[in-house]
Ligand binder design. Structure first.
Ligand SMILES: Cc1ncc(C[n+]2csc(CCOP(=O)(O)OP(=O)(O)O)c2C)c(N)n1
Ligand SMILES: [Mg+2]
Length: 579
């Protein structure tokens, strides 16, 4: 029997139909006249497809990245030519660094005008070439199903990443008779039995083993298997930079985050470990404290590195065992029984684990910034997080962009693990400011049953806070906590360290954040003390559950409170003394 002849469809309709074929029901973007035919194709699917219209393509691309992190499905973003594509670039870069599967569909000048530097023309292959996993242009409507299927394959397989597809206008309006592709299948490699055995041997022989987890592809099942393996073998588990939810941060095997501002005691343990099993994480600059936790290129520790992309293995560190495998595929193959290590060693490991946990408890307790001052702080930021721990649901989704404020989340908020809560951390390993608001808005729209808390700096917040309008438009109600210290504090900190008292280019004057929130139809609070914060946060939770519009709580942060370890003046004084 021959299959029926498919209908004749425009390139634009074929692109829209392909999104449906590949299971996409939500996408993010800003419209443009360059891809009207795709919008018309999506109009036909308007009952089972949600196109979240954003206020800036940077926000839209961040939402697509965060959507991929939250759901495990590829994040799709649609933007127009030149200006739209350049705005979206920050999200492409983030998806690349964060290994998030993303498809960016971009309008393009028709082939009748190409290479004339026509209106908004850019060669996307050259522009996104070093930034994306794959960049292509579909010039023939009859090949849309093939290109779209390939895009989803590439974005989701091995080490996931962003794919950019350019859509010339003449292709979008041309008709073709072509059958639909099948839905994509993400492909991950499986570890070999011999590799698992070798890894188990190294871990069995170790006196001071440690596990580092991170990257994309964690499932509830994988997180459970990891936890059981860690429990059975008394292994401390650290989380790579901004992949902190791979294990419940309250679990006794959790060792802390192996990222910026790592607990020095944990850093020492990683350096001093005799075997490290790294699952899914890149051993990048942030996770290795600037390539200092392991020696380049041959670490002193026996290293077992598991990563979905073989070219990531041995990139900086020549591991003893390199395993190209997906996280879920590897975790499923972990030994189910405890690895026999001998009674004495097991006792040592138990004791070591208790001491790892004690280090973490001390690290998460009230920091020197507040314990070492003569009078109590008006607004104690550590106390702010204690209030969150008391009032916010444990499975809250916590988002942030970049800035010193983020340390209050990473160090002191106990992210619930993927195993029980699904994804609870949405944060850019690329260190992109402006990520937290769109990520929070997206999460609040896509998972309205969850509480979403965005940690933001005054600088960070203002980069993308116009997406609060998107939240209101789609009924999302994130709570943004803005740490207002009137400056690009991180840069000021580095400035004081390198050029003490030569303050330049780091001051900010800000709007009234509470009024700003209310102008969107949200709720705003301004808080100068902990007592005020406690009242505001309780009211914020009630508001997001009843009125369901976004909340902004501005914290009037003392500019001195720049890090949990030291005041701004102390940082300056230390730099002066060192000169
Ligand atoms: C898009 C982007 N631009 C610039 C930077 C450089 N940068 C990193 S942190 C920072 C300051 C952040 O300021 P704020 O959000 O107010 O947080 P604070 O450090 O004051 O807590 C800057 C400018 C960046 N990481 N990302
Ligand atoms: Mg600031």
């Amino acid at each position: 029997m021959t299959s029926p002849t498919p209908p004749s469809r425009s390139g634009g309709h074929l692109v829209a139909d392909a999104l449906i074929t590949h299971g996409v029901d939500t996408a993010f973007g800003v419209p443009g006249e360059s891809y009207l035919a795709v919008l018309d194709g999506l109009y036909r699917h308007r009952d089972d497809f949600r196109f979240v219209i954003c206020r800036q393509e940077g926000g839209a691309a961040f939402m697509a990245d965060a959507y991929a992190k939250l759901t495990g499905k590829p994040g799709v973003c649609l933007v127009t030519r030149g200006p739209g594509a350049t705005n979206a670039a920050i999200g492409v870069h983030t998806a690349q660094q964060d290994s998030s599967p993303m498809i960016l569909l971009v309008g393009q000048v028709g082939n009748d005008f190409v290479e004339r530097e026509a209106f908004q023309e850019i060669d996307y292959r050259r522009m996104f070439g070093p930034m994306a996993k794959w960049v292509a242009q579909i010039d023939d409507a009859a090949r849309v199903p093939e290109y779209m299927a390939h895009a989803f394959q590439v974005a989701t397989s091995g080490r996931p990443g962003p794919v950019v597809l350019a859509l010339p206008e003449d292709m979008l309006s041309a008709n073709a008779v072509i059958a639909e592709a099948r839905p994509f299948q993400s492909v991950q490699a499986y570890p070999g039995a011999a590799q698992i055995e070798r890894a188990a041997e190294l871990l069995a022989a170790a006196e001071r083993p440690l596990v580092i987890v991170g990257g994309f592809g964690w499932t509830r099942e994988a997180a459970r298997q990891l936890r059981e393996f860690a429990e059975a073998n008394y292994l401390p588990v650290g989380c790579a930079f901004r992949f902190q939810d791979c294990i419940d941060n309250s679990h006794p095997n959790y060792a802390g985050d192996v990222g910026i501002g790592i607990n020095p005691k944990l850093a020492a343990r990683v350096k001093d470990a005799d075997a490290v099993l790294c699952i899914g994480a890149r051993l990048g600059e942030m996770t290795t404290s600037g390539y200092t936790l392991f020696e380049v290129p041959v670490p002193k520790q026996k290293l077992i590195h598991v990563h979905g992309d073989p070219s990531e293995l041995g990139r900086v560190y020549q591991a003893d065992v390199m395993i190209a495998a997906g996280v879920a595929e590897f975790c499923a193959a972990l030994p189910k029984q405890a690895i026999a290590v001998g009674a004495g060693k097991l006792e040592n490991r138990k004791a070591a684990l208790a001491s790892v946990h004690a280090d973490l408890t001390a690290w998460r307790s009230e920091p020197p910034l507040y314990t070492k001052r003569s009078a109590p702080a008006k607004l104690n930021l550590w106390q702010v997080v204690q209030t969150l721990k008391r009032l916010a649901p444990a499975d809250s989704i916590v988002t942030n962009g970049a800035g010193n404020f983020a340390t209050w989340a990473h160090r002191f908020w106990p992210y619930a693990g993927i195993e029980t809560a699904g994804k609870t951390q949405l944060a850019p390993t690329s260190g992109a400011m402006g990520y937290g608001v769109p990520a929070g808005v997206m999460a609040a729209i896509v998972a309205p049953e969850r509480t979403v808390i965005n940690f933001a700096g005054d600088g960070d917040f203002m980069m993308t806070s116009q997406e609060l309008a998107t939240a209101v438009q789609y009924g999302g109600a994130p709570i943004c906590i803005v740490f207002n210290n009137g400056m690009y504090g991180t840069i000021r900190m580095h400035q004081e360290k390198h050029f003490p008292e030569r303050v330049y280019g780091t001051k900010l004057s800000n709007p009234d954040f509470a009024k700003y929130a209310e102008s969107f139809g949200g709720k705003g609070f301004t808080v100068a003390t902990n007592a005020e914060f406690d009242v505001a946060f309780a009211a914020a939770l009630a508001h997001t559950r009843t009125v369901k519009t976004p909340v902004v709580i501005e914290l009037k942060v003392d500019p001195q409170d720049l890090t949990p370890g030291a005041t701004l003046d102390a940082i300056t004084a230390a730099a002066r003394n060192a000169m």
